[in-house]
Design a protein around this ligand. Structure first.
Ligand SMILES: CC(C)(COP(=O)(O)OP(=O)(O)OC[C@H]1O[C@@H](n2cnc3c(N)ncnc32)[C@H](O)[C@@H]1OP(=O)(O)O)[C@@H](O)C(=O)NCCC(=O)NCCS
Length: 483
């Protein structure tokens, strides 16, 4: 094929080109300046609003502790310290509170209330996760304008430096997507404002400010990293550039290669319902704990997400769909009957395995996050076979688990439904599901981390014991230290 002729530049035209280039560069500089001004204006107003709230809360907590600091909030039994500290109240997390019967409430609002009250994307009806972030951070329900303001702050902060992609590219393709994700986040830690400011010398009262900036930057950049991993691992390394006009979750769907509007709605819902589940769950608690050592948001979040990658926590969503696919393969049908499902559940239990997606450490009824996804499916995809199997599993599993007599919560949790929805839209690579959970979870754990620093929480350091010291204590030969 002939190549097009290369234009020859005369001296005159190169002078012209030089002048054009100069004015273009000035134009770019002006635009950049304006973008920076906008970026800092938007963030300044959200930051100011946060600071006002945090100062008031800080004062209130000081008073509360002055008056009631010595009041006992609970007792701890020996069984509790050996059994995962269930029911031990030992943390403050302002963003959400879990009720065993009702499910999660974010700043007092339940999932159905959030679906009704949080602003949607243009043309959509599911909540914008940006609105939930605003609610968790500021404590008030956002207006449409507030949610849009968070969207535009995140859009402007979403640039991911190349070395992050290079780091991910250095990993073998068979690396689990969660491992790639956490390594990508660690590579991004070079961008931490907090660690730079701290190295220069930062007063304790100012910790919250660069933490706030880091948290915003990190949340803004996560969809790009997640989508990059998805396209690299499953889509031939062919990447899709961000669309600067889309909302946070819509853009994630776009960069992953899903342009279906109802998939974008699903992503908004998914990112909203997975964002937070009070402070004691593994990912939230780890982020908080690591942050208490003044590790910056990148370090703290990466630590938390290593916890999310465990099969008893966030990895359960991939386990559920794997379990259903294996069941269907074994039964040779994609529409198993309730009797067939029941037999397969018994087989799973006889093999000493748990039924993934069922049970919860705190919840004692059907997870409202499961119900929200079921309602979404009833509205958008009621005839999907896999979704119908998930519903049949729901009709079958609880009574079987109940009959075991030891399972405290036989009802489904959030993970029991999410995979089937994703599969419907073509996101069949279930190993990737926990990455989506992780992107969403950033909203809750980052809002909490900002609050932790604004309220001046100290390094966390509970007391541990040895069984030897417990035995001596039981024999009344030694006291358990209470210092
Ligand atoms: C979530 C989970 C880890 C909570 O654990 P927990 O607080 O220890 O739960 P319980 O107190 O009800 O556990 C009591 C017993 O019931 C068993 N159990 C709990 N959920 C079960 C399930 N889904 N299938 C089978 N057995 C289950 C436990 O393994 C435990 O058995 P053991 O005494 O022989 O060790 C647990 O329910 C589970 O493993 N579920 C499946 C994985 C999952 O969906 N995780 C996502 C959570 S959001």
């Amino acid at each position: 094929m002939r190549r097009p002729p290369v234009p020859v530049r005369t001296g005159n035209s190169s002078a012209k080109a030089g002048a054009h280039k100069k004015s273009f560069l000035i134009f770019c500089a002006v635009i950049k300046q304006k973008q920076l001004q906008l970026k800092y204006m938007a963030i300044a107003t959200i930051k100011e609003r946060f600071k006002t709230k945090a100062d008031a809360a800080s004062q209130e907590i000081k008073e509360l502790l002055k008056q009631h600091g010595q009041k006992k909030i609970g007792e701890v039994t020996l069984a509790q310290i050996y059994q995962g500290m269930r029911g031990v109240t030992g943390l403050v997390s302002e963003t959400s509170l879990l009720d065993a019967q009702e499910g999660i409430r974010f700043r007092g609002y339940s999932i159905p209330e959030l679906r009704e009250k949080l602003p949607p994307a243009k043309g959509g009806s599911e909540p914008l996760p940006e609105g939930l972030f605003y609610l968790m951070l500021i404590g008030d329900l956002p207006t449409q304008e507030d949610a849009n303001e968070i969207t535009s702050v995140l859009q402007r902060r979403s640039h991911v430096p190349n070395h992050v992609f290079d780091t991910i590219d250095a990993l073998p393709l068979n690396t689990h997507p969660m491992t790639m994700f956490v390594i990508g986040v660690m590579a991004l830690q070079t961008e931490s404002n907090f660690s730079k400011e701290y190295a220069k010398g930062l007063a304790k009262k100012d910790y919250w400010s660069p933490m706030f900036d880091d948290a915003m930057d990190l949340i803004a950049r996560l969809p790009r990293i997640a989508a990059y991993i998805y396209r690299r691992k499953y889509k031939n390394n062919e990447h899709i550039q961000p669309n600067g006009l889309l909302d946070w979750a819509g853009n994630l769907a776009h960069m992953m290669g899903f342009e279906n509007e109802s998939f974008k709605e699903l992503m908004r819902l998914y990112m909203t319902i997975h964002a937070d589940h009070e402070g004691g769950n593994v990912s939230a608690h780890t982020t908080h704990l690591v942050g208490s050592a003044l590790s910056d948001p990148y370090l703290s979040y990466a630590a938390g997400m290593n916890g999310l990658a465990g099969p008893l926590h966030g990895l359960a969503n991939q386990e559920v769909i794997k379990w259903i696919f294996e069941m269907e393969d074994e039964l040779g049908t994609d529409s198993p009957t309730k009797e067939q499902i029941s037999d397969y559940v018994q087989k799973t239990l006889s093999a000493g395995k748990v039924v993934p997606g069922y049970g919860h450490a705190v919840l004692r009824k059907t997870d409202p996050r499961f119900t929200a996804q079921m309602e979404f499916a009833k509205k958008h995809i009621p005839d999907d076979k896999l979704v119908n199997t998930v519903w049949k599993v729901y009709e079958t599993v609880p009574s079987i688990l109940q009959s075991l007599g030891k399972v405290k919560n036989p009802w489904p949790n959030v993970d029991a439904h999410s995979g089937a929805l994703l599969v419907h839209y073509g996101l069949v690579e279930y190993e990737f599901y926990t990455v989506l959970f992780a992107v969403s979870r950033a909203l809750g754990v980052m809002a909490s981390l900002i609050w932790d620093r604004a309220l001046g929480f100290p390094i966390e350091r509970p007391k541990s014991v040895t069984t030897e010291s417990v035995k001596l204590w039981l024999e009344e030969k030694e006291e358990i230290w209470e210092g």
